[in-house]
Design a protein around this ligand. Structure first.
Ligand code: 13P
Ligand code: SF4
Length: 366
């Protein structure tokens, strides 16, 4: 952090309305030098200030294309890392609150993945037989691991295509950290569930027998999203009983049972576009984060569409929501004053390997 940086303490107690005015003023002063990127799950009072919005894949393309000096990322940590990796070395990625992490990304780390690779090497040659595939919801060192071992990154929009690419390289896949996205994408490729066992990273050899590993097509890391695990098949059943004409759409981070019971499954961008293009008067049950569902419910009211949230519980990405108007105002006013706060900088060697896998992904998903 810059030595003369303005302290966050000065912003902590600012009223939201004051923050709005100060964010608008700071943006005006920064002009084209700063761009604000926001994921679809971002809270409304921050999202309203975004210049570029999207799902993880779209935001990766946008981050690689923008020529702004500062990329202020209103998402979670791994997204800001991707922006840093894909932008040029002079551009600066900023995460207004460093505590905005992804609990799923934290379920895999380099030591555990390296241990898995070593354990697998006891029964096969992983660099010959296994393509490591990391969901973009992972730290940069795991993307670098994939770069080093002939692997690739995927997002929820392109996971099936990425798996096809992976199987064209090697016969098996180690998929981390989200078991649900891996399982659903494998299922779409007609892989039987028994060929996609879960790799429990807390157990020796992932808790699997040699035979299970040899038979496996995809080894699914035992990770999940704490938000999407809240959606249950009985929520869908209740909706279908009440509204037999209604349609159900879910994110592939939901459990296999929820995805199977849904009419459509896809990324946040897919969810928005599918409902936007649907017939007027349709009713939808949506299994993804609450901020996004609330936003589209409002937006599509004018098209006479009724949009319901899947769970009776509040399921929010609470870590992403840590980026509040106070943190955004603080980060922007510091830029106006010539200070960079909360820069996300991936070490050069790691960034080089991670960039390789991200660019590989962008090329495969075109
Ligand atoms: P998208 O790929 O749909 O943006 O999803 C990212 C994510 O973290 C969902 O929880
Ligand atoms: Fe991570 Fe889940 Fe939040 Fe997505 S919704 S960023 S997977 S914690």
């Amino acid at each position: 952090m810059h030595a003369n940086a303005i302290d966050f303490e000065d912003f902590e107690l600012l009223q939201d309305e004051t923050c709005v005015q100060r964010i608008i003023a700071a943006k005006e002063k920064l002009g084209k030098r700063a761009v604000i990127l926001a994921h679809h799950y971002q809270r409304a009072d921050v999202y309203r200030h975004a210049d570029l919005m999207g799902d993880s894949l779209k935001l990766s393309y946008l981050a690689a294309k923008t020529d702004a000096d500062y990329l202020v990322f209103c998402g979670v940590h791994f997204m800001a890392e991707v922006a840093d990796i894909l932008s040029s070395p002079e551009q600066i990625a900023i995460l207004p609150d460093l505590a905005a992490g992804c609990s799923m990304a934290d379920m895999a780390n380099l030591s555990k993945v390296e241990r898995a690779w070593r354990e697998l090497a006891e029964i096969l040659d992983p660099d010959e037989v296994i393509t490591p595939v990391t969901y973009i919801n992972s730290s940069a060192d795991l993307k670098a691991f994939c770069g080093e071992h002939g692997g690739i990154v995927c997002t929820s929009s392109n996971a099936t295509k990425i798996l096809q690419w992976s199987f064209a390289q090697r016969e098996k896949v180690l998929f981390f950290p989200d078991q649900h996205l891996g399982r659903w994408s494998g299922y779409k490729l007609d892989l039987p569930l028994e060929q996609m066992p879960v790799w429990d990273f807390d157990e020796p050899m992932g808790g699997l027998t040699e035979e299970q590993i040899k038979k496996a097509k995809i080894l699914l890391w035992k990770g999940h999203c704490s938000v999407h695990q809240m959606f249950q098949p009985q929520h869908i059943l209740r909706f279908r009983n009440q509204h037999p004409e209604g349609l159900v759409i879910s994110h592939p981070e939901c459990s296999f049972e929820v995805c199977k019971a849904s009419d459509y499954v896809g990324s946040t961008e897919f969810i928005i576009n599918t409902i936007r293009e649907a017939k007027a008067g349709t009713r939808w049950l949506v299994g993804t984060e609450l901020n996004l569902v609330g936003r589209i419910a409002e937006e599509f009211k004018s098209q006479d569409k009724i949009i319901q949230f899947m769970s009776p519980m509040v399921c929010m990405c609470s870590t992403m929501a840590r980026i509040d108007p106070q943190h955004l105002a603080w980060a922007l006013e510091n830029l106006v004053a010539g200070n960079v706060v909360n820069q996300i900088k991936v070490p050069v060697h790691e960034a080089k390997l991670a960039r390789l896998t991200l660019e590989r992904m962008l090329a495969v998903s075109k």
